[in-house]
Design a protein around this ligand. Structure first.
Ligand code: ZN
Length: 345
């Protein structure tokens, strides 16, 4: 009888999902809320704050099968993003005040959530750094507010870097790399103890970060293997190798378009395909560099999984793909714990 495996998930969009529903209740739709987390054994996760580009009604895009190339999303002004992000961060703070979750400020908060004796732990993450002014004056304020993880870009350009648009089949090598301000942002994050997430960044930016040699692991919180699904959002083998060499990790995304060899945004995608990406990365660079990064409430995930309450079904798929209990614990919790500790030291 396998023991209970607690899950730390590297990326969800529940806090900025449309309508800002109360996550303390079991919601009739969506992927993630506190009751679903309890049911599925999810005891921690990175909670993203995402500000949509104006004019874009929703980030939920239906991808047709076959060739696909979207333009980059329009840029978002700093003032707008900052105001939007502050409101979202307050939503997370209110859940903490209500005793529903604990906002991670140090690795001890992650450790405390492991055995389920405290509320689950939430890492506050900015998905796209538009809320940070290019002079970085607000970064320390955000750290004080609880920011512990940041993706410099979403799939658009900003003062710091350029993201990959959604394209298939396509290499992630689209557009220019980090700007000087982007380099300054990375350095400041390393100094303050804010993890930098490379999912959504284009390949030029990825290699610029790798070359900076910050002494911190390379982390892609929610991506897949380009060798299986040739989407611009996925990681090429050289990128995966660099992540392994840095002692970093790939949080395997559950978004069906980035899992499937045909890029179809199709809920009838088998859960086993998530395990297949995990297996691929583990076989290539080692199980200690594989983790989970669902993209719950940010993308279509396999219907067979459902939401956070369905995580035990994913654990079974990982077992079926050959991961033993010790390896599952690494994939589901310990690997995230290691890279968070390395950035927060
Ligand atoms: Zn994302």
């Amino acid at each position: 009888m396998p023991g209970v495996i607690p899950v730390f998930d590297g990326h969800n969009d529940a806090i900025t999902r449309e309508g800002a529903p109360d996550l303390s209740r079991r919601l009739p739709d969506g992927h993630l809320d506190l009751p679903r987390m309890r049911e599925g054994g999810m005891r921690g996760g990175i909670f993203a704050i995402f500000t949509p580009s104006s004019g874009a009604a929703s980030r939920q895009v239906r991808f047709p099968r076959g060739v696909h190339a979207e333009p980059l999303a329009p840029p978002v002004p700093c003032e707008h993003a900052a105001a939007h992000a502050r409101v979202a961060a307050e939503r997370l703070a209110a859940l903490e005040k209500a005793g529903e979750l604990v906002l991670a400020r140090g690795i001890g908060d992650v450790d405390a959530a492991f055995d389920g004796s405290t509320p689950p732990v939430a890492v506050l993450h900015l998905e796209g750094a538009e809320a940070i002014d290019p002079g970085l004056e607000s970064l320390a304020d955000w750290h004080a507010r609880g920011l512990r993880s940041l993706g410099p870009v979403w799939s658009r350009a900003n003062a710091f870097a350029t993201g990959v648009q959604f394209a298939f089949p396509s290499s992630p090598d689209i557009g220019p790399g980090l700007t000087d301000r982007g380099e300054a942002l990375l350095t400041a994050c390393a100094e303050l103890g804010i993890l930098v997430d490379l999912s959504h960044m284009n390949e030029a930016g990825f290699w610029d970060v790798a070359r900076m040699d910050l002494g911190r692991p390379l982390v892609a919180s929610h991506s897949g293997a380009h060798a299986i699904s040739a989407a611009s959002r996925n990681l090429t083998d050289p990128q995966i190798d660099a992540i392994g060499a840095s002692d970093g990790l790939v949080g395997i995304v559950f978004a069906t378009a980035f899992l499937r060899p045909d890029f179809a945004d199709d809920p009838e995608t088998p859960i086993a395909l998530i395990a297949e990406h995990a297996r691929y990365v583990a076989d290539r660079i080692g199980v200690e560099h594989v983790a989970l990064g669902s993209d719950f409430d940010g993308a279509t995930v396999p219907a067979e999984l459902g939401g956070a309450d369905g995580l035990p079904r994913l654990l079974q798929a990982l077992r079926d793909a050959g991961f033993n209990e010790e390896e599952l614990l690494a994939v589901c919790w310990r690997n995230w714990r290691r890279v968070l500790a390395a950035w927060w030291r």
